[in-house]
Design a protein around this ligand. Structure first.
Ligand SMILES: [Zn+2]
Ligand SMILES: [Zn+2]
Ligand SMILES: [Zn+2]
Ligand SMILES: [Zn+2]
Ligand SMILES: [Zn+2]
Ligand SMILES: [Zn+2]
Ligand SMILES: [Zn+2]
Ligand SMILES: [Zn+2]
Length: 307
């Protein structure tokens, strides 16, 4: 599908995801709920835009929105690898290979194409740019970028402690800090009746908290999860939904069944074992790359964050 330049002018919108770190005090709860519920589709890459992206572009005349990053990609490009014709931006649903780096995407992606020669190259090869939708999550001090596990490997998630497959949000600075897509976009405040399809109910919204220290667990007489009745992890940095006033606590995946981790263990263990060495190498290489990218971002920070 060819991507065309939008005919109206677009405006940069600030999604203002700022909320206090001490989540117990937030004056305008209603306002926060509305803000975090924001979600729309990007007209170019067809992936979701959420409040964690911080900014996005919006048309004021029609229903058209773009990620901040997707907006700056040109729809036409002259590229040295294919100087005979100009290349057009398109959304590749066929998951075809890039003619330069030979990479094959796992989900549909923006690419540049010459339709006459059926020549196409990925965004990275075309612009040297990195097509990552960075998010700013309150649980972590550094920006996170989405990475798709190239091999089908279950990876432990730093939010729920469980294993998932698929797209993870990874810290550019910390080594091996990963949160699965399903976990990272969980709502900050949740009514357990909404999250459990009415199976459980509590008057107050539960607050998503990014750790449950042992001292706190002890002080509350080691509470168990209201949904599964199991205790909480000794790993203090796992996320938990809670209403402290009522000592009502729940594991994130228990409270939010809608976002339950995709625990598909159908792969044989042998398979995942083989891939681990490969996985580590990729991880190290990527870490070095992202570290450099982050340094670049720091230098350009003013430009990136100024509307
Ligand atoms: Zn996009
Ligand atoms: Zn428009
Ligand atoms: Zn490529
Ligand atoms: Zn051509
Ligand atoms: Zn998780
Ligand atoms: Zn980090
Ligand atoms: Zn539970
Ligand atoms: Zn309560």
């Amino acid at each position: 599908m060819v991507v065309l330049q939008h005919k109206h002018s677009l405006f940069l919108i600030d999604l203002n995801p700022k909320y206090p770190h001490d989540e117990q005090v937030y004056d305008d709860e209603e306002d926060l709920m509305i803000k975090q519920a924001f979600q729309c589709l990007c007209a170019r890459c067809e992936q979701e835009i959420t409040y964690l992206h911080m900014y996005y572009y919006k048309c004021d005349q029609c229903d058209y929105s773009l990620h901040k990053l997707c907006e700056k990609i040109p729809t036409k490009l002259q590229h040295a690898s294919h100087s005979a014709h100009s290349l057009t931006l398109f959304l590749d649903e066929s998951l075809g290979q890039c003619h330069i780096c030979k990479s094959t995407p796992l989900y549909k992606q923006l690419k540049y194409q010459c339709s006459r020669c059926m020549f196409n190259i990925c965004l990275h090869c075309a612009t040297g740019d990195v097509q990552y939708h960075i998010i700013y999550h309150p649980s972590h001090q550094h920006p996170l970028i989405p990475v798709c596990r190239q091999r089908k490997i279950l990876t432990e998630c730093d939010a729920c402690g469980k294993e998932h497959k698929g797209v993870f949000y990874e810290c550019i600075t910390c080594f091996h800090f990963l949160i699965h897509k399903d976990c990272v976009f969980q709502p900050k405040r949740l009514l357990i009746q909404d999250g459990t399809y009415g199976r459980f109910s509590h008057t107050h919204p539960l607050v998503l908290t990014y750790s449950f220290p042992i001292v706190d667990q002890k002080a509350k007489f080691y509470p168990t999860c209201r949904v599964c009745d199991n205790s909480f992890s000794e790993n203090e940095n796992l996320w938990v939904y809670k209403c402290d006033k009522c000592r009502y606590y729940a594991h994130t995946d228990c409270a939010n069944a809608i976002h339950k981790p995709s625990s598909s263990n159908s792969e044989s263990n042998e398979d995942s074992g083989k891939s681990i060495a490969y996985f580590c190498n990729v991880l190290i290489a990527r870490h070095i790359f992202f570290h450099q990218l982050y340094k670049f971002m720091l230098v350009h920070r003013v430009v990136l964050n100024t509307p």
